[in-house]
Write a protein that binds this ligand. Structure first.
Ligand SMILES: Cc1cc2nc3c(=O)[nH]c(=O)nc-3n(C[C@H](O)[C@H](O)[C@H](O)COP(=O)(O)O)c2cc1C
Length: 329
């Protein structure tokens, strides 16, 4: 498999989130449906410096945590582990935090960036950006009761007329947040347009706490560029890691061979089947498999067979045959 690059990063912390040392400056983004424990482990093994869970609803945590226990399950190898929570209610956020602390995450993160209507229209996620007073209350109260650092992930504002990222960043810092991750888009943009790295640079220049730059990083060159434009402490990578965890080793995807790809495919499949059980696991794995194989010209009927395999054994057998079905190989 492609070797994880051993660098000075792993001996000296790149930065600290309050007391938590972070070795490295590339980090898998929290992503619902993607940043589960198996995916976080693969990313971590290849160089991601810490592990954010996908966002978890404080309503679920306070009503019946079993609903979200899969999302909150992690292995020691993933540490430092960040639990990400979303809500628009101070009391519920505090109650959920009290329930989460005994599960021993290293860091607690509040989502101020989710653009999904179901979340932001009720004032949670990016909806919180419209309510700086509530942001101040949440962070002041949370930091007071928290034995671990509390961090935030934000967007630039609700829309182009309310890009209040500097105001929000100041509030977060003043109220004790230990790090801010900035996705350089507004809620209204959702995923359209480009992430505004210049705006992220403004955040970095205006606070003393560490800042992670996020949005549209897909290649090692993007990593170099976003770090140089923003001066941030680290880079958070989401979609650019789909089928490409080697981005965390700063490798160019096309330089990763089929053999190396297959090695990670087997590791990931094993982790997923151990985590979810083989009956569910092989189905969950399909989207990852498709992404892993994207750089290779797989014969279409064979790709179809892979994507529609009826059980885990069939999928395993087909994966063994992948090298026989690369066009032009
Ligand atoms: C499928 C998907 C799910 C996401 N889920 C979350 C989430 O649970 N919490 C969060 O803070 N951001 C979430 N995001 C946003 C990403 O963390 C990130 O901010 C965004 O994708 C921009 O970064 P990228 O260009 O590197 O993908 C999600 C994004 C995607 C594509």
């Amino acid at each position: 498999m492609a070797m994880r690059i051993i660098s000075q990063d792993q001996i000296t912390p790149h930065f600290y989130i309050k007391t938590v040392p972070i070795y490295g400056n590339l980090i898998l983004a929290p992503m619902a449906g993607y940043s589960d424990s198996p995916n976080r482990l693969i990313a971590r093994r290849l160089g991601s410096a810490m592990s954010y869970t996908e966002f978890v609803n404080a309503i679920d945590i306070t009503q019946d945590i079993r609903r979200v226990s899969t999302k909150l399950t992690y292995l020691p190898e993933e540490r430092p582990v960040v639990f990400q929570v979303f809500d628009n209610d101070l009391g519920r956020i505090l109650s959920s935090a009290r329930i989460l602390f005994p599960l021993q995450p290293d860091i607690l993160d509040i989502n101020l960036g989710c653009s999904a209507h179901s979340v932001s229209n009720r004032g949670a996620g990016a909806g919180l950006l419209k309510n700086p007073k509530l942001i101040a209350d949440i962070f002041t109260q949370l930091v007071k009761i928290s034995p671990i650092p509390v961090t935030a992930k934000i967007r630039l504002g609700w829309d182009d007329d309310s890009r209040n990222y500097l105001e929000v960043s100041h509030i977060l810092e003043e109220c004790g947040a230990a790090l801010i991750a900035v996705h350089g888009r507004t809620k209204k943009q959702a995923y359209n347009g480009r992430s505004d790295w210049q705006a992220i640079a403004e955040v970095k220049a205006n606070v003393k706490i560490p800042v992670l730059a996020n949005g549209d990083v897909c290649t090692p060159d993007d990593i170099t560029n976003i770090l140089s434009v923003t001066g941030c402490d680290g880079v958070m990578i989401g979609r650019g890691s789909f089928g490409n965890p080697w981005i965390f080793s700063r490798l160019v995807r096309d330089d990763v061979t089929l053999t190396e790809t297959l090695d990670v495919i087997w590791q990931h499949l094993e982790l997923i089947e151990n985590f979810y059980g083989s009956e569910r696991g092989y189905i969950i794995f399909r989207k990852h498999l498709k992404a892993y194989l994207l750089p290779f010209s797989i014969e279409r009927p064979f790709l179809y067979a892979l994507m529609t395999a009826e059980n885990s054994e069939t999928l395993h057998a087909l994966i063994m045959d992948i090298p026989l079905h690369i066009q032009g190989a």
